[in-house]
Design a protein around this ligand. Sequence first.
Ligand code: FES
Length: 145
Amino acid sequence: MTKIAPGALATVEWRGKPVWVVRRTPEVLARLQTLRAELTDPDSQVSSQQPKYAANTVRSIRPETFVCVGLCTHLGCIPSFRPDPDSVQPGWPGGFYCPCHGSKFDLAGRVFKGSPAPINLLVPRYSFESDERLLIGRDSEGDAK
Ligand code: FES
C-alpha cells in the first residue's frame, strides 16, 4: 500500500461500488482515539458493517490502511473525502462528509451522532496478498456474499 501517499485516498471499483483505501498517518490514528463520545457506534457493535477483524477502534486489519465502501449508509450518496481538520466546520477532525443530507463520518468510517446515517460505513471483506497488494472481497473465510 506504499503507492498511496500518506494521508491520501485511492478509489477502486468492486462489484460496481466505489471502495476507498486510505493511508492513515500517525496523526490521524491518534485523533481517532479522541472521538469516542461523538460517535454513534465507536466500537463497531453493528456486526453487519465490518468483518470481525475490523471490529476495532480503527476498523481495519492494519491501522495505517483503511478500507471501506464509499457509499453513505443513509441513502447511498458518495461522501466526499475531507481529511483536513476544520475543513467542514470548526472542530472537524477530518473524515468523510456526505453532501446529500450532511452525514459525517470519521477516518475510520464511524458515523457521528446527529447524522441522518444510522450506522458506520461498510468495511468489506479484504486481505493482504503482500505489502503492496490488497484483495477486496476475499479473506481467509472466502469470498464476500
Ligand atoms: S445519503 Fe448521505 S446523508 Fe443522506
